[in-house]
Design a protein. Structure first.
Length: 499
């Protein structure tokens, strides 16, 4: 099979980090090559080099037998390489058409945009991919899943030979993922070559021809997808065997429910949400996109106001009108969107880890005790195996897995009685997932009640003692561990069973 892309001895350093270490690889015409590895393995850095966003310190790139040098993503596009980054690059205040054909709009004699022609071109392009979206619609009015699809189509609209996809399904529903995979297969049949980064190993076996593994910035190996299992990949990625990813519960839950939510309602969003939680129990909340799971969690901790309902902790009726009230009552909420809502990316690891519990480190003269802050931060970094060169490192420079572990660690300072985890392993590699699951088990073993919101049914079934299933803003059913099955949970989630 023809080789369309070769990377030879690529090396890239950042201050204190060797991100890509002498990596060589090749991509064949019409294949889907999956690129996997733990957070911080160097996958995204390598992709940014291939896509022209970064220049390598050494090594060379060869496309169709000719060496190329990229000084910008535009150089890469001209050479036939388009990349879809993890973070959306769409301008939300512009229309679908303006985003798809940015800097490539049809222009008239006087440098004016031919709007009718632009909208017609966009409509024809979207029709090719069976997407029914108004070209004039502003991107900000589209659901997140459609924005993600549009980001991918924007890269495809340049008609590249090589398409680089970095975590393309992170914001997609199951139906949107199927839509994406169908179109990837169509593009593959037309001769396009694709490199596909994902943490969802199950996706690899659906879409890839070959898989390449990186670890600690190095090339570990590549295999035909027919010759490898998920366990083989995990072993290559982490350098060790992970026998029991989810761990096992040691609690018997003999005590009474110490945390209760009664008839929680926000009209137009969710209704009569009632459940209890026992010490050390891990209670899952499942549901399809739009079931309002996150909104219930946000109402519990005071981000969203509630119309009716009570929140009770150890017999005390709590008055929670804002997140500070929840923190005072030692109720922690770990948001699903760590970058936008959970972490202070421009601040240091140290500052993030003590943010919710900062009052503990203030003397009676309102002076911060920096020695105690450093002691606590070092303990958290050590306990959670957070990989950072120093406590002063800015959060934005940590890998996704280490950012997620920091999000867990920052709530340890309030010594929580209840923790709500919202999609705790989204965008996190299997090694970091195992460490986060272990920490959840440790919290539960210490008697902390945990509410786990997740779209990953395997995760819920592996971690939870009981699962509530939501549909259209209501609790549709409850499933105990002995009855766990994906079919039953999905039946409740789709409204085909239960209330």
């Amino acid at each position: 099979m023809t080789i369309v892309l070769k990377a030879e001895n690529i090396t890239k350093r950042f201050p204190g980090v060797l991100a890509v270490d002498n990596v060589s690889m090749e991509l064949r015409k019409g294949e889907v090559l999956a690129l996997v590895g733990e957070n911080g393995a160097g996958k995204s850095t390598l992709m940014q080099i291939l896509g022209g966003a970064l220049k390598p310190d050494s090594g060379r790139l060869v496309i169709d037998g000719k060496e190329v040098i990229f000084n910008s993503p535009q150089d890469a596009i001209r050479a036939g390489v388009s990349m879809v980054f993890q973070e959306l690059s769409l301008v939300k205040s512009l229309s679908v058409a303006e985003n798809l054909f940015a800097n490539r709009q049809p222009i008239g004699r006087f440098n004016n945009i031919k709007w009718r022609e632009l909208y017609q071109e966009t409509e024809c392009f979207l029709r090719r991919f069976n997407l029914n979206i108004d070209p004039r619609c502003l991107v900000k009015h589209l659901p997140m899943g459609q924005q993600q699809i549009l980001e991918i189509l924007k890269a495809i609209s340049a008609n590249p030979k090589i398409l680089l996809l970095d975590e393309p399904t992170s914001s997609l529903t199951e139906s949107e993922i199927l839509y994406l995979f169908e179109n990837i297969r169509r593009l593959q049949e037309s001769g396009m070559s694709i490199i596909y980064i994902t943490h969802k190993l199950s996706e690899i076996f659906q879409i890839a021809n070959r898989v390449m593994v990186m670890r600690d910035g190095r090339y570990i190996g590549d295999r035909s997808i027919k010759e490898v299992t998920e366990n083989d990949l995990v072993c290559m990625m982490v350098g060790r065997q992970i026998v029991n990813l989810y761990g096992s519960t040691t609690c018997q839950f003999d005590g009474d429910e110490y945390f209760k939510v009664e008839n929680l309602t926000r009209r137009g969003m969710f209704y009569n949400i009632t459940f209890g939680l026992k010490p050390g129990e891990i209670l899952g909340i499942a549901g399809l996109v739009g079931a309002k799971r996150t909104e219930v969690a946000q109402a519990i901790i005071g981000v969203l106001p509630k119309d009716t309902g009570r929140i009770i902790l150890r017999g005390k009726n709590l008055r929670i009108n804002r997140p500070q009230d929840a923190i005072r009552e030692r109720i922690a909420y770990l948001t699903e969107d760590r970058k936008e809502l959970g972490l202070f990316l421009g601040m240091s690891v140290r500052e993030n880890l003590v943010a919710p519990s900062l009052r503990k480190y203030v003397s009676f003269l309102d002076i911060l005790d920096r020695s105690r802050i450093d002691d606590f931060s070092r303990q958290v970094v050590q306990r959670l195996a957070i990989s950072t060169p120093s406590l002063a490192k800015k959060m934005m420079y940590l890998s996704g897995g280490n950012q997620q572990k920091c999000l867990v660690g920052m709530w340890m300072g309030i010594e929580p009685e209840v923790i709500i985890f919202d999609e705790p392993t989204r965008g996190v590699d299997v090694g970091a997932r195992a460490e986060i699951y272990q920490k959840l088990r440790e919290f539960a073993d210490a008697g902390v009640g945990i509410i786990l919101i997740s779209s990953d049914l395997t995760e819920l079934i592996g971690m939870c003692d009981r699962i509530l299933v939501m549909h259209a803003g209501r609790i549709q059913g409850e499933v105990n561990r002995k009855d766990f099955s994906e079919e039953l949970i999905l039946a409740y989630a789709a409204g085909l069973a239960g209330n």
